[in-house]
Design a protein around this ligand. Structure first.
Ligand SMILES: Cc1cc2nc3c(=O)[nH]c(=O)nc-3n(C[C@H](O)[C@H](O)[C@H](O)COP(=O)(O)OP(=O)(O)OC[C@H]3O[C@@H](n4cnc5c(N)ncnc54)[C@H](O)[C@@H]3O)c2cc1C
Length: 489
């Protein structure tokens, strides 16, 4: 039995990307009819946290039919360092991983975009970052690099002596996306939400370059391998199913493969807890509230902030490698610790592929992913340079003594406690953006090259990851895509 639903725009997913996109169609700003197709089966937070009503961290033992679809295979450092990465770095439910995320918001730097040859200018990104801040009522000075000087009285820079580092605020606003949009969707005339619907593939007509998608096929989440299929026909399809699943859907639909970049350049952030220890000196005292306390500094009822240390353009030119940010930990009774988030350099060999199932026998359940990701020698160098240079700079500033770095004679993947390497749960890069169809999967509008009407709203379009937590940039791109599709009517 087949049933076809008809909409102007069909969006796959209901996480931060999909909801930020759909938000632009909710309040009568457009007459376009939008459908969100979500494989999670309920609006209720099955993963709710009894101690904190706003957000939960209990998604890791979540057993639902939808979450089970996130299973797959890992190889490389993720397999050793986080074997349950595929089911514990994302949540398949209404609101997506935006129900369980930590809420750190940070814009990318101009240099991050330039190094990755993003086909979107920094000025344009900045204008969409500002719109996202206005939409979610986030104070821009705390998360937009270009506006850090407006952050407020609580902000102060660390007195680092070299030209190699500077400081920036990092803002935490724990928006619960599912909770925030639930009522708005219920009352919307233009945006519908279909729960328990697992997107399986997008079908196209025509041939390159005028190929166009005409329908999405979805199957019930409860019976992903069954013969029951439904279709949505739409003028435009927006894949907002998270980095790995958006890439999987394009691969399963045999779309976007022309450049050879589809599924390649998988990147994760390397989170390194305790990359070095130190003793704080008396000079640290004035900076403790922002940089050295165990918890973050509250700057409003909803927002808290921590100071981070980031490399300058001069550092990156002299040392090469990826960029990073450091957050200092520790308190009066424990030693200081250096905690890093490092960018992984894009490498063609790090990839997401469908796991060994022939296309004609694939079903939504069978077409699971295989994610392969190696920590390269260049990535290890990024980490080692960051630790040694930061240690040197903090020592010479007189802020710390007795700096003891992690043991770089051992591979970071093999470090034992108290040093720890883990993914940031920030996958990106596998449908990278480029104006040149031979270099990327989507163009500067996030439209898949070679297909008229399929768009990707995901961190998978990032050509480089920088050090910033990705969701603010993701939301800026989703909002930009919404404006583009609204203008096209
Ligand atoms: C523990 C944790 C902490 C984090 N903290 C931060 C942070 O502090 N700051 C930050 O910037 N980022 C953080 N992140 C990352 C952040 O959660 C993601 O960047 C963000 O959720 C991505 O949004 P998304 O909409 O692209 O994908 P998701 O939030 O993963 O949403 C994808 C949606 O698509 C649906 N879906 C998937 N496949 C299908 C399908 N086939 N059919 C139908 N629906 C489908 C899912 O159910 C879900 O609703 C964190 C992640 C984790 C796991």
């Amino acid at each position: 039995m087949t049933r076809t639903l008809e909409y102007d725009i069909c969006v796959i997913g209901s996480g931060p990307a999909a909801l930020t996109f759909a938000g632009q169609f909710l309040e009568g700003r457009s007459n376009l009819k939008v459908l969100l197709v979500e494989s999670g089966e309920t609006l209720d937070p099955a993963y709710s946290n009894e101690h904190d009503e706003s957000l939960s961290r209990r998604y890791n033992d979540l057993q639902t039919s939808a979450q089970a679809l996130y299973g797959g295979r890992l190889s490389g450092w993720l397999e050793t360092n986080k074997p349950d990465y595929l089911t514990e770095s994302r949540l398949r439910a209404f609101g997506g991983t935006g129900n369980v995320w930590s809420g750190w918001l940070c814009a990318m730097e101009r240099l991050d975009l330039e190094r990755g040859k993003w086909p979107v200018s920094y000025a344009q990104m900045m204008s969409f970052y500002e719109k996202v801040c206005a939409y979610y009522q986030i104070p821009p000075g705390w998360c937009l690099d270009a506006q850090a000087e407006d952050a407020g009285d609580a902000w102060q820079s660390l007195p680092l002596p070299s030209q190699m580092f500077r400081t920036r605020p990092l803002l935490a606003r724990r928006i619960n996306f599912g909770q925030l949009f639930r009522e708005r969707l219920v009352h919307s005339e233009n945006v519908d939400l279909l729960l328990g619907a697992n997107a399986a593939r997008i079908d196209t007509r025509g041939v390159n370059p005028s190929k166009s998608a005409h329908q999405l096929t979805f199957v019930p989440t409860q019976a992903p391998s069954s013969a029951i299929e439904h279709n949505v026909s739409a003028s435009a399809f927006v894949i907002a199913a998270g980095c790995i699943e958006s890439t999987r859907l394009l691969e399963a639909s045999e779309l976007g493969a022309a450049s050879g970049a589809l599924g390649q350049y998988f990147q994760e952030h390397f989170y390194i807890w305790n990359a070095g220890t130190f003793q704080m000196t008396e000079n640290c005292a004035p900076y403790r509230p922002l940089y050295l306390q165990e918890k973050t500094l509250s700057v409003s009822a909803r927002d808290s902030v921590v100071g981070m240390i980031v490399p300058t353009a001069r550092y990156l030119t002299e040392k090469g490698g990826g960029t990073f940010r450091a957050i200092l930990g520790g308190g009066p009774s424990i030693p200081g610790t250096l905690n890093l988030c490092c960018e992984q350099l894009p490498a063609h060999s790090n990839h997401i592929v469908l796991d060994n199932v022939a296309p004609h026998t694939r079903t939504a359940a069978q077409g699971a992913v295989h994610v392969h990701n190696e920590l390269s020698a260049a990535d290890t160098k990024t980490i080692e340079n960051a630790v040694m240079s930061l240690g040197e700079s903090l020592l010479s500033s007189g802020l710390i003594t007795h700096f003891k770095p992690a043991p770089f004679d051992i591979a970071p993947t093999q470090w034992q406690a108290p040093h720890r390497l883990a993914p940031g749960n920030h996958p990106s890069g596998t449908t990278r953006m480029s104006s040149d169809p031979s270099q990327g999967v989507v163009n500067s509008d996030c439209k898949v090259h070679g297909v008229d009407n399929v768009y990707v709203a995901s961190t998978s379009v990032f050509p480089t990851a920088g050090y910033a937590n990705p969701t603010l940039t993701l939301m800026a791109l989703a909002l930009r895509l919404a404006e583009t599709l609204q203008e096209r009517g």
